[in-house]
Design a protein around this ligand. Structure first.
Ligand SMILES: N=C(N)NCCCC(=O)O
Ligand SMILES: [Zn+2]
Ligand SMILES: [Zn+2]
Length: 315
Protein backbone atom coordinates (compact mmCIF):
# COMPACT_ATOMS: atom_id res chain seq x y z
CA UNK A 1 0.00 0.00 0.00
CA UNK A 2 1.01 3.60 -0.59
CA UNK A 3 1.76 5.90 2.32
CA UNK A 4 0.07 8.92 0.72
CA UNK A 5 -3.40 9.09 -0.80
CA UNK A 6 -3.68 7.38 -4.16
CA UNK A 7 -3.65 9.63 -7.19
CA UNK A 8 -6.88 8.96 -9.06
CA UNK A 9 -8.18 9.59 -12.56
CA UNK A 10 -8.42 13.02 -14.18
CA UNK A 11 -11.67 14.58 -12.93
CA UNK A 12 -14.18 14.50 -15.80
CA UNK A 13 -16.01 17.50 -14.32
CA UNK A 14 -12.84 19.59 -14.70
CA UNK A 15 -11.26 18.22 -17.88
CA UNK A 16 -13.89 16.73 -20.22
CA UNK A 17 -13.42 13.01 -20.53
CA UNK A 18 -12.95 13.19 -24.27
CA UNK A 19 -9.88 15.45 -23.89
CA UNK A 20 -6.30 14.41 -23.43
CA UNK A 21 -4.23 11.31 -24.14
CA UNK A 22 -5.96 8.09 -23.10
CA UNK A 23 -4.55 6.14 -20.21
CA UNK A 24 -6.76 3.38 -18.79
CA UNK A 25 -9.70 5.10 -17.03
CA UNK A 26 -7.72 8.38 -17.27
CA UNK A 27 -5.52 7.15 -14.46
CA UNK A 28 -2.00 8.48 -13.91
CA UNK A 29 0.88 6.79 -15.68
CA UNK A 30 3.02 4.55 -13.51
CA UNK A 31 6.00 6.91 -13.89
CA UNK A 32 3.86 9.67 -12.34
CA UNK A 33 3.22 7.70 -9.15
CA UNK A 34 6.40 5.67 -8.85
CA UNK A 35 4.76 2.49 -7.65
CA UNK A 36 1.26 1.03 -7.65
CA UNK A 37 -0.93 -1.53 -5.97
CA UNK A 38 -2.37 -2.37 -9.39
CA UNK A 39 -0.79 -1.61 -12.76
CA UNK A 40 -2.72 -1.81 -16.01
CA UNK A 41 -0.43 -2.74 -18.87
CA UNK A 42 -1.04 -3.34 -22.55
CA UNK A 43 0.52 -6.12 -24.59
CA UNK A 44 -0.09 -5.23 -28.26
CA UNK A 45 0.77 -8.65 -29.67
CA UNK A 46 -1.32 -10.81 -32.01
CA UNK A 47 1.16 -13.00 -33.87
CA UNK A 48 -0.35 -16.09 -32.23
CA UNK A 49 -3.81 -15.94 -33.82
CA UNK A 50 -5.34 -18.71 -35.90
CA UNK A 51 -8.03 -16.65 -37.66
CA UNK A 52 -8.70 -12.91 -37.77
CA UNK A 53 -5.73 -10.75 -36.76
CA UNK A 54 -5.97 -7.35 -35.09
CA UNK A 55 -5.80 -7.82 -31.31
CA UNK A 56 -2.48 -5.96 -31.40
CA UNK A 57 -4.65 -2.84 -31.51
CA UNK A 58 -6.62 -3.98 -28.44
CA UNK A 59 -4.79 -2.04 -25.71
CA UNK A 60 -5.21 1.40 -27.28
CA UNK A 61 -8.83 0.65 -28.23
CA UNK A 62 -9.73 -0.43 -24.70
CA UNK A 63 -8.00 2.63 -23.23
CA UNK A 64 -10.06 4.88 -25.54
CA UNK A 65 -13.31 3.21 -24.47
CA UNK A 66 -12.33 3.41 -20.79
CA UNK A 67 -12.65 7.21 -20.72
CA UNK A 68 -16.24 6.90 -19.54
CA UNK A 69 -15.55 4.84 -16.41
CA UNK A 70 -16.39 6.64 -13.18
CA UNK A 71 -14.61 6.47 -9.82
CA UNK A 72 -17.30 4.74 -7.71
CA UNK A 73 -18.41 1.19 -8.49
CA UNK A 74 -21.85 0.66 -6.93
CA UNK A 75 -22.02 -3.00 -7.95
CA UNK A 76 -19.11 -3.73 -5.61
CA UNK A 77 -19.61 -0.73 -3.29
CA UNK A 78 -16.02 0.35 -3.73
CA UNK A 79 -14.03 3.26 -5.17
CA UNK A 80 -11.30 1.14 -6.76
CA UNK A 81 -8.95 4.05 -7.53
CA UNK A 82 -9.29 5.65 -4.06
CA UNK A 83 -8.50 2.65 -1.83
CA UNK A 84 -5.51 1.48 -3.85
CA UNK A 85 -3.08 3.15 -6.24
CA UNK A 86 -3.92 2.10 -9.77
CA UNK A 87 -1.77 3.32 -12.65
CA UNK A 88 -1.30 2.75 -16.37
CA UNK A 89 2.10 1.22 -17.09
CA UNK A 90 1.91 1.70 -20.86
CA UNK A 91 2.65 -1.20 -23.18
CA UNK A 92 5.08 -4.10 -23.18
CA UNK A 93 6.03 -3.76 -26.83
CA UNK A 94 7.46 -6.93 -28.36
CA UNK A 95 8.71 -8.41 -31.65
CA UNK A 96 5.72 -9.22 -33.91
CA UNK A 97 7.84 -11.49 -36.13
CA UNK A 98 9.27 -13.86 -33.52
CA UNK A 99 6.82 -15.50 -31.13
CA UNK A 100 9.49 -17.13 -28.95
CA UNK A 101 11.31 -13.86 -28.48
CA UNK A 102 8.04 -12.00 -27.87
CA UNK A 103 6.97 -14.50 -25.23
CA UNK A 104 10.35 -14.19 -23.47
CA UNK A 105 10.10 -10.40 -23.54
CA UNK A 106 6.50 -10.35 -22.26
CA UNK A 107 7.58 -12.45 -19.28
CA UNK A 108 10.59 -10.18 -18.67
CA UNK A 109 8.39 -7.08 -19.00
CA UNK A 110 5.86 -8.45 -16.52
CA UNK A 111 8.61 -9.37 -14.05
CA UNK A 112 10.13 -5.91 -14.30
CA UNK A 113 6.72 -4.35 -13.80
CA UNK A 114 6.07 -6.59 -10.79
CA UNK A 115 8.90 -4.78 -8.99
CA UNK A 116 6.80 -1.62 -9.08
CA UNK A 117 3.27 -3.01 -8.87
CA UNK A 118 1.78 -5.62 -6.55
CA UNK A 119 -0.76 -6.79 -9.11
CA UNK A 120 -0.93 -6.54 -12.87
CA UNK A 121 -4.02 -6.34 -15.05
CA UNK A 122 -2.98 -6.90 -18.66
CA UNK A 123 -4.92 -5.81 -21.73
CA UNK A 124 -4.10 -7.91 -24.81
CA UNK A 125 -3.22 -8.80 -27.31
CA UNK A 126 -4.17 -12.34 -28.27
CA UNK A 127 -4.43 -15.18 -25.77
CA UNK A 128 -0.85 -16.36 -26.39
CA UNK A 129 0.22 -13.73 -23.86
CA UNK A 130 -1.39 -15.63 -20.97
CA UNK A 131 1.54 -18.09 -21.06
CA UNK A 132 4.34 -15.61 -20.32
CA UNK A 133 2.07 -13.74 -17.89
CA UNK A 134 1.50 -16.98 -15.97
CA UNK A 135 5.21 -17.73 -16.04
CA UNK A 136 5.81 -14.33 -14.45
CA UNK A 137 3.05 -14.41 -11.83
CA UNK A 138 3.98 -17.92 -10.65
CA UNK A 139 7.57 -16.80 -9.96
CA UNK A 140 6.08 -14.87 -7.05
CA UNK A 141 3.07 -17.00 -6.04
CA UNK A 142 3.84 -20.55 -7.18
CA UNK A 143 1.17 -22.45 -9.14
CA UNK A 144 -2.04 -20.43 -9.33
CA UNK A 145 -5.70 -21.32 -9.70
CA UNK A 146 -6.66 -20.19 -13.20
CA UNK A 147 -10.20 -19.02 -13.80
CA UNK A 148 -10.45 -18.90 -17.56
CA UNK A 149 -13.43 -17.21 -19.20
CA UNK A 150 -13.45 -18.08 -22.90
CA UNK A 151 -15.53 -19.59 -25.69
CA UNK A 152 -12.49 -21.80 -26.31
CA UNK A 153 -10.54 -24.30 -24.24
CA UNK A 154 -7.14 -22.97 -25.33
CA UNK A 155 -5.64 -26.29 -24.25
CA UNK A 156 -4.98 -27.55 -27.76
CA UNK A 157 -1.54 -29.02 -28.37
CA UNK A 158 -0.21 -27.35 -31.53
CA UNK A 159 -1.35 -25.47 -34.63
CA UNK A 160 0.60 -26.11 -37.83
CA UNK A 161 3.17 -27.68 -35.54
CA UNK A 162 3.51 -24.49 -33.50
CA UNK A 163 3.37 -25.05 -29.73
CA UNK A 164 2.87 -21.42 -28.73
CA UNK A 165 -0.30 -19.88 -30.20
CA UNK A 166 -3.48 -18.33 -28.85
CA UNK A 167 -5.13 -21.77 -28.84
CA UNK A 168 -2.48 -23.43 -26.66
CA UNK A 169 -1.47 -21.25 -23.66
CA UNK A 170 -3.17 -23.33 -20.96
CA UNK A 171 -1.78 -26.60 -22.37
CA UNK A 172 1.78 -25.29 -22.15
CA UNK A 173 1.14 -23.67 -18.75
CA UNK A 174 -0.30 -26.98 -17.44
CA UNK A 175 2.72 -28.91 -18.69
CA UNK A 176 5.03 -26.41 -17.00
CA UNK A 177 3.28 -26.78 -13.64
CA UNK A 178 2.18 -23.14 -13.57
CA UNK A 179 -1.46 -24.00 -12.92
CA UNK A 180 -3.00 -25.53 -9.81
CA UNK A 181 -5.21 -27.91 -11.76
CA UNK A 182 -7.18 -28.94 -8.69
CA UNK A 183 -8.62 -25.42 -8.54
CA UNK A 184 -8.86 -24.27 -12.16
CA UNK A 185 -11.71 -24.06 -14.60
CA UNK A 186 -12.94 -22.82 -17.94
CA UNK A 187 -16.15 -20.79 -17.95
CA UNK A 188 -18.29 -20.03 -20.98
CA UNK A 189 -16.87 -22.59 -23.41
CA UNK A 190 -19.03 -23.46 -26.39
CA UNK A 191 -19.04 -24.05 -30.09
CA UNK A 192 -17.57 -26.60 -32.47
CA UNK A 193 -14.38 -28.46 -31.61
CA UNK A 194 -12.04 -30.47 -33.82
CA UNK A 195 -12.78 -33.77 -32.11
CA UNK A 196 -14.34 -35.15 -28.93
CA UNK A 197 -10.73 -35.82 -27.91
CA UNK A 198 -10.30 -32.07 -27.34
CA UNK A 199 -12.58 -32.36 -24.32
CA UNK A 200 -10.95 -35.59 -23.15
CA UNK A 201 -7.48 -34.03 -23.35
CA UNK A 202 -8.70 -31.03 -21.41
CA UNK A 203 -10.27 -33.20 -18.74
CA UNK A 204 -7.11 -35.28 -18.47
CA UNK A 205 -5.16 -32.10 -17.75
CA UNK A 206 -7.57 -31.52 -14.87
CA UNK A 207 -9.67 -28.48 -15.75
CA UNK A 208 -13.31 -28.27 -14.69
CA UNK A 209 -15.77 -26.64 -17.08
CA UNK A 210 -18.88 -24.51 -16.81
CA UNK A 211 -20.13 -24.16 -20.39
CA UNK A 212 -22.22 -21.34 -21.81
CA UNK A 213 -25.11 -23.84 -22.00
CA UNK A 214 -24.71 -24.70 -18.30
CA UNK A 215 -25.08 -21.02 -17.50
CA UNK A 216 -28.14 -20.72 -19.71
CA UNK A 217 -29.77 -23.84 -18.23
CA UNK A 218 -28.88 -23.52 -14.55
CA UNK A 219 -28.27 -19.80 -14.16
CA UNK A 220 -25.43 -17.55 -13.11
CA UNK A 221 -25.86 -18.12 -9.35
CA UNK A 222 -25.20 -21.85 -9.73
CA UNK A 223 -22.16 -21.09 -11.89
CA UNK A 224 -20.84 -18.66 -9.28
CA UNK A 225 -21.22 -21.27 -6.55
CA UNK A 226 -19.31 -23.83 -8.60
CA UNK A 227 -16.55 -21.30 -9.35
CA UNK A 228 -16.18 -20.19 -5.74
CA UNK A 229 -16.06 -23.76 -4.45
CA UNK A 230 -13.52 -24.78 -7.05
CA UNK A 231 -11.04 -21.93 -6.53
CA UNK A 232 -11.36 -21.76 -2.76
CA UNK A 233 -8.75 -19.45 -1.28
CA UNK A 234 -5.96 -20.34 -3.70
CA UNK A 235 -3.94 -17.53 -5.33
CA UNK A 236 -6.18 -16.78 -8.28
CA UNK A 237 -5.27 -15.66 -11.79
CA UNK A 238 -8.26 -14.62 -13.93
CA UNK A 239 -7.86 -14.77 -17.71
CA UNK A 240 -10.72 -13.32 -19.70
CA UNK A 241 -10.93 -13.86 -23.43
CA UNK A 242 -13.51 -11.32 -24.54
CA UNK A 243 -14.92 -13.90 -26.98
CA UNK A 244 -16.55 -15.53 -23.96
CA UNK A 245 -19.21 -12.90 -24.63
CA UNK A 246 -21.72 -13.51 -27.37
CA UNK A 247 -20.72 -11.77 -30.62
CA UNK A 248 -23.75 -9.52 -30.05
CA UNK A 249 -21.95 -8.15 -26.99
CA UNK A 250 -18.40 -8.40 -28.32
CA UNK A 251 -18.19 -8.53 -32.12
CA UNK A 252 -14.65 -7.15 -32.14
CA UNK A 253 -12.67 -10.32 -31.67
CA UNK A 254 -10.73 -12.78 -33.78
CA UNK A 255 -12.53 -16.11 -33.30
CA UNK A 256 -16.19 -15.30 -32.50
CA UNK A 257 -18.57 -18.12 -31.50
CA UNK A 258 -22.36 -17.84 -31.38
CA UNK A 259 -24.33 -18.53 -28.21
CA UNK A 260 -22.17 -16.79 -25.62
CA UNK A 261 -22.59 -14.88 -22.38
CA UNK A 262 -24.02 -11.43 -21.98
CA UNK A 263 -21.75 -8.76 -20.53
CA UNK A 264 -24.14 -8.60 -17.56
CA UNK A 265 -23.55 -12.29 -16.79
CA UNK A 266 -19.78 -11.95 -17.07
CA UNK A 267 -19.65 -8.86 -14.86
CA UNK A 268 -21.79 -10.57 -12.25
CA UNK A 269 -19.40 -13.52 -12.07
CA UNK A 270 -16.36 -11.24 -11.69
CA UNK A 271 -18.10 -9.23 -8.97
CA UNK A 272 -18.63 -12.43 -6.99
CA UNK A 273 -14.85 -12.81 -6.59
CA UNK A 274 -14.03 -9.73 -4.53
CA UNK A 275 -13.32 -11.84 -1.42
CA UNK A 276 -10.90 -14.15 -3.24
CA UNK A 277 -7.13 -13.86 -3.45
CA UNK A 278 -6.79 -12.41 -6.97
CA UNK A 279 -3.08 -12.09 -7.82
CA UNK A 280 -3.36 -11.02 -11.46
CA UNK A 281 -5.64 -10.89 -14.47
CA UNK A 282 -5.79 -10.35 -18.19
CA UNK A 283 -8.43 -9.29 -20.71
CA UNK A 284 -7.49 -10.45 -24.19
CA UNK A 285 -8.59 -10.85 -27.80
CA UNK A 286 -10.17 -7.42 -28.38
CA UNK A 287 -9.71 -6.78 -32.12
CA UNK A 288 -10.98 -3.30 -33.00
CA UNK A 289 -11.20 -3.84 -36.75
CA UNK A 290 -14.34 -5.95 -36.20
CA UNK A 291 -15.74 -3.77 -33.43
CA UNK A 292 -18.68 -1.42 -33.87
CA UNK A 293 -19.46 1.61 -31.75
CA UNK A 294 -16.81 0.44 -29.25
CA UNK A 295 -19.17 -2.38 -28.14
CA UNK A 296 -16.36 -4.82 -27.44
CA UNK A 297 -14.01 -2.23 -25.98
CA UNK A 298 -16.68 -0.84 -23.65
CA UNK A 299 -17.34 -4.37 -22.41
CA UNK A 300 -13.60 -5.06 -22.02
CA UNK A 301 -12.97 -1.79 -20.17
CA UNK A 302 -15.81 -2.53 -17.73
CA UNK A 303 -14.50 -6.05 -17.24
CA UNK A 304 -11.05 -4.64 -16.40
CA UNK A 305 -12.67 -2.05 -14.09
CA UNK A 306 -14.58 -4.76 -12.22
CA UNK A 307 -11.43 -6.88 -11.96
CA UNK A 308 -9.58 -3.91 -10.44
CA UNK A 309 -12.56 -3.31 -8.14
CA UNK A 310 -12.52 -6.97 -7.07
CA UNK A 311 -8.81 -6.60 -6.22
CA UNK A 312 -9.45 -3.57 -4.01
CA UNK A 313 -8.89 -3.97 -0.27
CA UNK A 314 -12.14 -4.04 1.73
CA UNK A 315 -13.03 -2.61 5.12
N1 LIG B 1 -7.99 -18.09 -27.97
C1 LIG B 1 -8.85 -17.83 -28.89
N2 LIG B 1 -9.50 -16.72 -28.92
N3 LIG B 1 -9.11 -18.66 -29.88
C2 LIG B 1 -8.54 -19.95 -30.02
C3 LIG B 1 -9.11 -20.52 -31.27
C4 LIG B 1 -8.35 -21.66 -31.74
C5 LIG B 1 -8.78 -22.14 -33.12
O1 LIG B 1 -8.64 -21.39 -34.08
O2 LIG B 1 -9.24 -23.25 -33.21
ZN1 LIG C 1 -11.47 -17.58 -27.22
ZN1 LIG D 1 -8.72 -17.65 -25.64
Amino acid sequence: MQLSEPIGPVDASVVPRFAGIATFARLPRLDQVDRADVAVVGVPFDSGVSYRPGARFGPSHVREASRLLRPYNPAQDVSPFAVQQVADAGDIAVNPFNIDEAVRDIEAGALELAEKADKIVTIGGDHTIALPLLRAVTKKHGPVAVLHFDAHLDTWDTYFGAPITHGTPFRRASEEGLIDLTASMHVGTRGPLYDVGDLEDDKRLGFAIVTSEDIEERGVEVAIERIRTRIGDKPLYISIDIDVLDPAHAPGTGTPEAGGLTSRELLRMIRALSDRNIVGADVVEVAPAYDHAQLTAVAASHVAYDLISAMAPRG
